[in-house]
Design a protein around this ligand. Structure first.
Ligand code: PLP
Length: 391
């Protein structure tokens, strides 16, 4: 009865999350279960379109056949295959770091790092809008916790000054923030870190593979690859979209995580098919930056056409393009009406985003065609006019 009443509260608050069932592969064009073919998908983190790339799928099948369905073991018992070591080496090379360690997800990588690295003598300084998994990871550690205002360098500096009394300081931020499509001011963060003798940690889930000239991420985009000490990221978005996460950084840190990080020590190895996907995705990205570049051009097309149509798009140059609407009901009915026109987008409102800042989040992929993007903009314009979001 208690659970039923809790569920009722969620429904009553209008924050119930429905799951739409897809009956096809992930991609720019979807078929929904029970009808709805040819739906244009603008809400996946499939930034580079690699989730259903033929070479990625083939690599997964080959790994499955050669290495089996799974390891039935954690890494340190009998769960490490050559492909796990190869992928870790490839990730480190991609990010130009010393070493890397795989996890079942980036959520796990974030859950495991702070507790293993920081003690009650240390301090962690975290952007207030960091992803839930960073927040949870920090909760698990015993370091002194500081939360600075979103991308506010004055506030970060004040907190760094206060944290001078601790042994070690770690600034933790998302490289790109998934709700607003805004990018952390990493140059300024790294300057402050240098001034106050702190390390910098970034979560690159919404950057790895496509931000920066070669898709290395926010640190490459902002020219601070040599100043960011630790990167956590996912294999479940741009890098093939299957699952998995990792930490990459200095070798002693990675060695320590293998000894101490609980989600690594006490959870099964990544399945070979998943390793095969990610490994092939990295090969494709290291061969050429063409896919990353094509995504940037598509993003630019969508952002400029939507702005010209009269919409406000939050963030800058990021394929996460939040169409800011303000009102929660407006965001919900517009998203529903977009689907009636064959465009799959999702409305976000409180408590996922602040009150009064409801939006529809559009995510651009390298595999959207210019026509797909133009169709999306046209549908937004029609639906926006119909519901009073546009004059
Ligand atoms: N960090 C950020 C910023 C994310 O957006 C996500 C996924 O939503 C995660 C971590 C978790 O990644 P994974 O899906 O690999 O657990």
């Amino acid at each position: 009865r208690r659970l039923e009443s809790e569920l009722e509260d969620i429904r009553g608050a209008g924050t119930w999350k429905n799951e739409r069932v897809i009956a096809s592969r992930q991609g720019p064009h979807l078929r929904l279960a029970g009808g709805g073919a040819g739906i244009l998908n603008f809400c996946a983190n499939n930034y580079l379109g690699l989730s259903s790339h033929p070479e990625v799928i083939r690599a997964a099948v080959e790994a499955l056949e050669k290495f089996g369905a799974g390891l039935s073991s954690v890494r340190f018992i009998c769960g490490t295959q050559s492909i796990h070591k190869d992928l870790e080496e490839k990730i480190a090379r991609f990010h130009q770091r010393e070493d890397a360690i795989l996890y079942a997800s980036c959520f796990d990588a974030n859950a495991g790092i702070f507790e293993a690295l920081l003690t009650p003598e240390d301090a962690v300084l975290s952007d207030e809008l960091n992803h839930a998994s960073i927040i949870d990871g920090i909760r698990l550690c015993k370091a002194n916790k500081y939360r600075y205002k979103h991308m506010d360098m004055g506030d970060l500096e004040a907190k760094l000054q206060d944290a001078q009394k601790h042994r070690l300081r770690l600034v933790a931020t998302d490289g790109a923030f998934s709700m607003d499509g805004d990018i952390a001011p990493l140059r300024e963060i790294c300057e402050l870190a240098q001034k106050y003798d702190a390390l910098v940690f970034i979560d690159e889930c919404h950057a790895t593979g496509f931000l920066g000239p070669n898709g290395r991420g926010t640190d490459e985009l902002l020219g601070v690859m040599d100043k960011v000490t630790i990167i956590n990221s996912t294999l479940g978005k741009a890098l093939g979209g299957a699952a998995g996460g990792y930490t990459t950084g200095p070798k002693p840190l990675i060695d320590l995580l293998r000894q101490r990080s609980r989600p690594y020590l006490f959870s099964n190895s990544l399945p070979p098919a998943v390793v095969g996907c990610a490994s092939k995705a990295l090969d494709l990205l290291m061969e050429s930056n063409a896919i990353a570049q094509s995504m940037a051009a598509k993003t630019q097309r969508f952002r400029s056409k939507m702005t010209a149509a009269g919409f406000t798009i939050s963030g800058k140059d990021h394929p996460i393009c939040p169409v800011m609407l303000g009102d929660a009901r407006l965001a919900a009915v517009m998203a529903e009406d977009m689907l009636n026109r064959g465009i799959y987008v999702i409305g976000f409102s409180y408590p996922v985003v602040p009150k009064g800042k409801a939006r529809i989040r559009v995510q651009i992929s390298a595999v959207h065609s210019d026509e797909d993007i133009d169709r999306c903009v046209e549908a937004f314009t029609e639906v926006g006019r119909k519901h009073g979001a546009l004059p």
